[in-house]
Design a protein around this ligand. Structure first.
Ligand code: C2E
Ligand code: MG
Ligand code: MG
Ligand code: MG
Length: 298
């Protein structure tokens, strides 16, 4: 019996691995159908851009920016988060197509919000492939030619992706900022960049990763790391955004530690453009402290 059940265990494991493998292949095909060179124009509609606000840690807690985060409305599987498909997309070399889609749509939404009186900053994410992709610069030029103000557009690059090829990444970052775009170092603290490298990077913003902000309240050593990071960033002239802020007590601590802005479920989850605009309008005129104390933001 023992031998048989062990055999079964192996078979079960193989089944699961096989299912995961087939699922991945199917996703890969579906991504190609939706974003590949022969994709029909309407297939782009499967991708949604959701927005999450960035709130100033000082004063009245104004909404100062918004991060664009992609979702895939899969024909059979429903709404998928980026973690479910970005690596397959990367594998199929479809990342440039997705980035262009997200950036164009987000810049158009930004212009729409501006027309209704909300002058926000827009952030969108790059993957590591873009740091060696000349097509990125073509895309950025196209956005500017289309009327986007690059000073209001922030390009987010993770610390880890910078470290794949630091020299190449530095050159690309310089080309991004030479065009007037702002540069943000995303998920800071999870990579292994050196202080010397950081000091050379023409960045405007540093985003402290959620793994730090979420533990700062419970762990003094983590709070000390955040405080040190903020101090370093400010010395280098960078704005500091705390990612993944979920509760008012954490927000208060991060504010004390000197973070300039916060982003997280406390304020809002990432939501579709129309919902974001409603959220923005509902919030206008109501002091942030009141919203926070009433838990309205949850
Ligand atoms: P990221 O750029 O660090 O984005 C923040 C992620 O944290 C988002 O996950 C967001 O939904 C989540 N988040 C925000 N606030 C909270 C919070 O308070 N608590 C918790 N638990 N999570 C929070 P999401 O949307 O699943 O995106 C994951 C990652 O996928 C992003 O991390 C980014 O690296 C990547 N990504 C998203 N959209 C794009 C895109 O259009 N292009 C590229 N290349 N990457 C993207
Ligand atoms: Mg980001
Ligand atoms: Mg991040
Ligand atoms: Mg993150």
């Amino acid at each position: 019996y023992a031998a048989k059940s062990t055999g079964q265990g192996v078979a079960l494991h193989d089944d699961a691995a096989d299912r995961a493998w087939r699922q991945r292949l199917a996703l890969s095909d579906d991504l190609h159908l939706a974003l590949g060179p022969d994709a029909p124009a309407e297939a782009a509609g499967q991708f949604e851009v959701h927005y999450q606000p960035q709130v100033s840690a000082t004063g009245a807690g104004d909404v100062v920016g918004v991060e664009a985060l992609v979702r895939w409305q899969h024909p059979r599987l429903g709404l998928l988060a980026p973690g479910a498909f970005l690596d397959v997309l990367e594998e199929r070399r479809l990342m440039p197509a997705l980035t262009a889609l997200v950036a164009r749509r987000a810049v158009a939404d930004l212009a729409r919000w501006r027309a209704t009186g909300h002058d926000l900053r827009l952030s969108f994410n790059l993957s590591s492939t873009h740091l060696s992709d000349p097509g990125l610069l073509t895309l950025l030029d196209e956005l500017v030619a289309g009327g986007a103000d690059p000073e209001r557009v922030v390009v987010e690059v993770t610390e880890t992706s910078l470290m794949n090829d630091p020299d190449r990444a530095l050159t690309t970052c310089q080309e991004i900022t030479a065009r007037g775009f702002c540069l943000s170092i995303d998920d800071f603290g999870t990579g292994y960049s050196s202080l010397a490298y950081l000091a050379n990077l023409p960045a405007d913003e540093l985003k402290i990763d959620r793994t730090f902000t979420s533990r700062a309240l419970a762990d003094e050593r983590i709070a000390a790391i955040v405080a040190g990071t903020v101090e370093l960033a400010h010395h280098l002239g960078l704005r500091v955004v705390a990612e993944g802020v979920e509760d008012p007590a954490t927000l208060d601590l991060l504010r004390e530690l000197g973070c300039d802005e916060s982003q997280g479920y406390l304020h809002s989850r990432p939501v579709p453009a129309a919902e974001f605009l409603r959220w923005l309008q509902a919030r206008q005129g109501v002091p942030a402290a009141v919203l926070r104390d009433q838990g309205v933001e949850d």
